[in-house]
Design a protein around this ligand. Structure first.
Ligand code: ZN
Length: 284
């Protein structure tokens, strides 16, 4: 009996032969898709609306739950207080991964109902969903940068009720106290019929790097290595200041600014393609 006790004690005090290491997290399109659903469940989310306020609060809560330091930038425009949200984690030179979280107040591309609001499952919610899933999976030990997940407000009211486009990102670009090494904007990337072409106003070298990662991951059918659109988007105010900036956008989307931009048009797989490419870029 005494011998048995000694053996047990020896076992307990012996150093473990193998330290269990947690599985590295990987971007999960299904989890990202749930963030699309959650945003759409709040309702139409134009800047100033109740659903927009709730969406911003949801973003902040998700970032904090995953250990990101949250800052907001608030400033008046028209009759509302615009709110940009930034989550920060990691160490090194800052980089910005951005998406707009407001939705367009009127579906002015809709032939039958142009005064209705846009649900923005793809135009708004898809980019936010990718950023929030990145907040969960990015491995802090592998980040060579201080990563800013930037949620831009008031991108999508342009030309309506006296609003400009890209209000939040313009404010952020004008109020930078440090210069980010690069900015990547993700917008309208959730289309189930995904075709992301290179964008003409984006930095060519960073864009080539992203498309090369996509090819390595087997996403060559979705990240098409040809130029197509030239966009005025949330990357524009950063590029205008000489900052390396890329807009990842799938502008071949027939439901753009219509009442049909709903979650059934978005796929988990499409969100995962974009999320994985950014994850690899930031962790390599
Ligand atoms: Zn839009």
């Amino acid at each position: 009996m005494l011998l048995l006790v000694m053996v047990l004690l020896a076992c307990q005090s012996a150093p473990p032969t193998a330290t269990p290491t947690p599985e590295p997290l990987q971007f999960d399109g299904e989890r990202a898709y749930q963030h699309v659903i959650a945003q759409c469940n709040f309702g139409f989310r134009p800047t100033g609306s109740e659903a927009w306020r709730a969406t911003g609060d949801y973003i902040i809560a998700e970032l904090q739950a995953h250990g990101w330091t949250v800052e907001t930038q608030e400033f008046p425009d028209r009759d509302v207080t615009v709110r940009n949200i930034i989550g920060k984690a990691g160490q090194g030179s800052p980089v910005i991964i951005g998406a707009h979280y407001d939705t367009r107040r009127r579906a002015d591309q809709d032939r039958t109902d142009p005064t209705a609001a846009v649900m923005g499952a793809n135009d708004g919610a898809s980019g936010v969903a990718v950023l929030l899933e990145l907040a969960r999976v990015l491995d802090r030990d592998k980040l060579n940068h201080e990563v800013w997940l930037a949620f831009f407000d008031a991108e999508d009211n342009g030309g309506l009720d006296g609003w400009e486009w890209i209000v939040g990102s313009t404010y952020m670009a004008q109020h930078l106290t440090v210069e980010p090494e690069f900015v990547i904007v993700v917008d309208m990337i959730g289309d189930a019929d995904q075709q992301i072409y290179k964008e003409r106003n984006s930095n060519a070298a960073l864009q080539d790097r992203l498309w090369a990662i996509a090819a390595d991951l087997g996403y060559g059918d979705f990240f098409i290595p040809e130029y197509k659109w030239a966009m005025f988007d949330d990357h524009t105010p950063f590029a205008a200041r000489g900052i390396v900036a890329v807009d990842i956008i799938d502008f071949d989307y027939p439901y753009w600014h219509t009442t049909q931009d709903t979650p059934d048009k978005v796929s988990a797989a499409s969100l995962e393609h974009v999320g994985r490419v950014i994850e690899v870029l930031l962790e390599e």
